[in-house]
Design a protein around this ligand. Sequence first.
Ligand code: NAD
Length: 483
Amino acid sequence: MNKKIENFIGGKFQNSKNDTIPIYNPQEGNIITEVVNSSNNDLDLAIECARSAYQIWSKFTLKERAEVFYEFRNQLIKNLDSLSKSIVEENGKTLDEAKAEVLKGIELTEFACSMPQIISDEIQEVSKGVECRSSHESIGIVASIAPFNFPIMVPMWTIPNALILGNCMIFKPSEQTPIGVSKIAELLKLSGLPDGVFNVINGDKKIVKAICENEDISAVSFVGSTKIAKIVYKMSTQNLKRCIALGGAKNHLIVLPDADKEMASDDILASMSGCSGQRCMAASAMVGVGEVQEIIDKLVMKAKKMIPGKNLGSVISKNAQIRIEKYIDEAEKEGAKIILDGRGTKVKGKENGYFIGPTILDHVSPEMKIAKEEVFGPVLSIMRTKEIDEAIKIENKSKYGNASSVYTQDGKLADYVTEQVSAGMVGINIGVPVPREPFSFGGWNESRFGVGDITGKSSINFWTRLKKRTTKWNKGAKKNWMS
Ligand code: NAD
């Protein structure tokens, strides 16, 4: 078994005597290590270290802080292989998917490094001889809480931006995938980040509650399921913190009959099965408008060629496997037609792994549970409509609103659909419409609580507060009742 995953506080890994939580390799089904389940005392120590680090870090210039992240970017590139392998080990996705995740982490770091170029504070002579100036100031100690599905990329949504803007952070990774963030902590230290600026507190919901209630933490960012996003958002804001909480998703791909059949079938498959469907941007529902049978046939043919354990990873846990298969069982009982069945998938040599093959259900009705709820597995539910407006109505009824895409070659129809769907990230002929830096990431409705987005330019407002300074040096400045 690998070394226990400890908390990283004040620039070093602690030697904790706390209880631990086992960490599984989802492709193998065996325990590979364990992670400490932190107590409130651990959080108190992290806060103490962050508080003193903040006195130093917040006084660095933006450019000086960016220097640390130039080096951090080099470290990510240097460690691309080992980071990717650790993602595969703790999360179960394929090596290619893991590499793409780290590469996206590098892109996020590059964006953060461009902050000195992006942030230009404002200055204006507001009345003769009187000047107003506004500056983005750090907010202090902030927290970031992450889900299991991207052990490195999702943490990188918040770490570089929040730190470069002068804050110190308490990071709480998923207790199912804590290895990636502990490696990030090591690389940040190696890159010259002062001790205490970045601290990792591991554990389960108890420590999340302690974070949301802690008086010294001024902002909480959360990524995870909608159920927990609501809890975290309520707890944090009740304790007078700013909070952005990203939740789950049910993303609809609306496929029109004129769609390019090869491209649409390739993309739909990649979207529903990438990372075994455990992406908040995964297509989990397809709404076929009119005659789209040929696209569905191509999709099924291509999906049959996927090889679990090779180009399809596992899901995260035995519980997840059971939950996903139950969704399929229930949909079958409700009358959906299973045209590709991934239940009971076993991979030779990895018989204890949590695999589910790509699964496609046709003739799903919008009232079925599988059409409404987030499944978070390699499962696509196909609904059929005669008219575009009917398809849009189905999408609009979803309580989520992360992403939605349309497949067509008709620009006017594409514009119509993207205008009508109720989602924060929309695509035209793109299966996974993730906005790339500097565009920001964030859904609508119950896929995101709070104001603004979590990445890109939008995140600057979340991680800073504006100081407005008014100056008059000139005694003879024009008199004005306001200044
Ligand atoms: P989760 O909500 O179970 O856990 C997320 C975090 O919340 C973890 O750190 C966990 O320890 C903590 N947590 C769990 N239960 C808690 C409770 N009762 N009180 C307080 N904290 C608690 O999510 P997950 O299963 O790790 O991740 C999958 C979910 O994340 C999916 O719903 C997926 O859509 C969502 N997700 C959303 C986005 C997005 O951008 N909207 C991105 C990635 C993942």
